[in-house]
Design a protein around this ligand. Structure first.
Ligand code: LHQ
Length: 255
């Protein structure tokens, strides 16, 4: 259910249930979490891309796979979705959500959760949970108001209206939109650009930003001072300064 591919330091994980717009069953969610952990452990991987096969990104929970399940909703989330979102957000490598098509429900949460969100022109995001009288999950209630403010988040969740790519760009739900026809190539090119950046510095930046999302200014300043030490002691920093003085491009990728 998850296709793995690696090129030029970029590990692409493709949700692969295209007949159902990559709706998530337990196997898909647990496999994606395992795949993220494997990418973390693999030193040749510098950037992770999550995308979908076919015309959808992820239509959220597979609604054909919920009846008869012997777990409560709470147990289900704690077993599958929550470990996935925690792993993704805590990954020490940049994760790109490459939203190739519709992202609905928990699929919308996954689309928002990446460090970078790249969209195909025809992609759509729907906070669709209220259509089936559920609460947004998989981190949407935490992330969306931080992106668009409380009121816009509530409206998107209450009315479950489709957000198209132009609107997503305007609202800050994605960083870039590319034509459908060249989307995969654009994503790979973007990811390779990110892969050439200093991996240790980006790891620490991700840690700092994630901590700062819930901290005070005082705590953020302390955190910056601690993490800057780790960055400054790393060879990447020496390489960056040498390259600047020698008027050449820095080489942050070592074989
Ligand atoms: C699907 C699905 C799907 C199964 C499309 N399941 N087959 C919930 C419950 C419990 C615990 C934890 O968390 C959650 C979180 C959630 O994610 S709740 C939200 C669940 N997702 C939805 O309610 C979305 C349902 N899907 C739709 O509303 C539409 O399919 C969207 C708006 C996503 C796309 O519409 P269209 O582009 O018109 O495509 P389609 O509806 O024709 O779908 C294509 C096929 O995919 C179709 O199958 P078929 O055999 O008729 O060709 C759909 O049944 C299937 N599919 N989503 N979630």
């Amino acid at each position: 259910v998850i296709l793995h591919g690696t090129r030029a330091g970029v590990r692409t994980l493709t949700l692969n249930r295209p007949d159902k717009l990559n709706a998530a069953n337990d196997e898909l969610l647990l496999s994606l979490t395992t795949a993220l952990q494997a990418a973390e452990a693999d030193d040749t991987v510098r950037v992770v891309v999550i995308t979908g096969a076919g015309r959808g990104f992820c239509a959220g929970q597979d609604l054909g796979d919920v009846s008869g399940r012997n777990m409560t909703f709470t147990e289900h989330l704690n077993h599958t979705y929550n470990p996935l979102i925690r792993t993704l957000r805590g990954l020490n490598k940049p994760v790109i959500s490459a939203v190739n098509g519709v992202a609905a429900g928990a699929g919308a949460s996954l689309a928002l959760a990446g460090d970078i969100r790249l969209w195909a022109q025809s992609a759509r995001l729907i906070e669709i949970f209220s259509n089936i009288a559920l609460v947004p999950d998989s981190g949407s209630t935490w992330l969306l108001p931080r992106l668009v403010g409380y009121h816009r988040a509530f409206e998107l969740m209450a009315l479950a209206e489709r957000v198209d790519a132009a609107e997503a760009l305007r609202l800050g739900l994605c960083e870039h939109v590319y034509p459908d026809g060249t989307f995969a190539d654009e994503v790979q090119a973007y990811a390779e650009r990110l892969a050439a950046r200093p991996a240790n510095a980006l790891k620490l930046t991700k840690q700092a930003l994630n901590a700062a999302l819930t901290s005070t200014l005082d705590d953020a300043l302390d955190q910056e001072a601690a993490l800057q030490q780790l960055a400054g002691d790393h060879w990447e920093h020496r390489e960056g300064v040498s390259a600047f003085k020698e008027k050449r491009a820095p080489q942050f990728v070592r074989e």
